[in-house]
Design a protein around this ligand. Structure first.
Ligand code: 4HQ
Length: 246
């Protein structure tokens, strides 16, 4: 899997990657992250400017279409014309685990990161295949969202995590995680649930599933419609709902 990040802040990308599990995966040869400096494609040979004032007025500066499109085409020449180009923007579809899974099947991905007030719409029209948001809030640049996506996608690439840990966690299966405990058995008067000390593996698994269902019901009930529950688990959920009505 090869990620290309088109940005005005290439060092920010490289620093985060080198300090994380993604960097370790890169060393193992499982993936690569290449930051491409849009400024290197500036038409302004004197000052390497890549931004200008918006037509029609308004606050701030916009990234110009030309350096963005040149930069993007340069990368597409390497990766192939069919490569998906993702523009990070609050106007996009909200990123989730399903999208991460789908994108993890691609050989190459290009992330376009805007700064200032955004990018000239024509560059988006000409280059972008997917517009994606990481959530309903406004950031100063697309770099952190691109890194969030790269992190979520990378952990799904075989070999990046140890076997099994990517599939069992929150959102695979549409249930939240169960609570976890490590030593000591008692901390500030709070004991580890007795069942976890019992050594009875089957009962532990049942307890954990119930905890997942309870948490999801309490905190993110809208996820439950996408969860696959056994007959017994459905009965437990019905019990929780009934208790709530009382
Ligand atoms: N941006 N999810 C970059 C975001 C954002 C988000 C605002 C994108 C500023 C320049 N991107 N522009 N939320 O807030 O992806």
């Amino acid at each position: 899997m090869h990620f290309y990040v088109l940005t005005l802040f290439p060092e920010l990308i490289q620093t985060v990657v080198s300090e994380s599990i993604i960097g370790r995966a890169q060393k193992k040869g499982l993936l690569s992250v290449t930051a491409v400096n849009i400024r290197d494609y500036s038409e302004d040979e004197r000052h390497h400017h890549v931004d200008d004032y918006p037509y029609g007025g308004g606050r701030g500066m916009l990234m110009q279409a030309s350096p963005v499109v040149s930069c993007c085409r340069d990368v597409l020449q390497k990766t192939g014309a069919g490569t998906r180009v993702i523009y990070m923007s609050p106007q996009g579809k909200t990123f989730d685990e399903e999208t991460a899974r789908e994108l993890s099947l691609e050989e190459n991905l290009i992330f376009l990161c805007g700064h200032y007030e955004g990018i000239d719409e024509r560059a988006i029209e000409l280059c972008v295949t997917d517009e994606i948001s990481i959530g309903d809030y406004v950031l100063t640049g697309g770099e952190l969202p691109a890194l969030v996506m790269i992190d979520a996608i990378s952990r799904l690439v075989p070999g990046v995590l140890r076997e099994g840990s990517a599939s069992e966690e929150s959102f695979s299966g549409n249930l939240l995680e169960y609570p976890q405990y490590t030593r000591p058995e008692e901390f500030m008067g709070l004991r580890v649930p007795e069942i976890l000390l019992s050594g009875h593996h089957e009962n532990v698994e049942k307890w954990r599933r119930k905890q997942q269902i309870k948490r999801t019901y309490e905190r993110r009930p809208e996820l439950l419609s996408g969860a696959e529950l056994t007959k017994e688990e459905k009965r437990y959920l019905a019990e929780l709902r009934k208790e709530d009505c009382e």
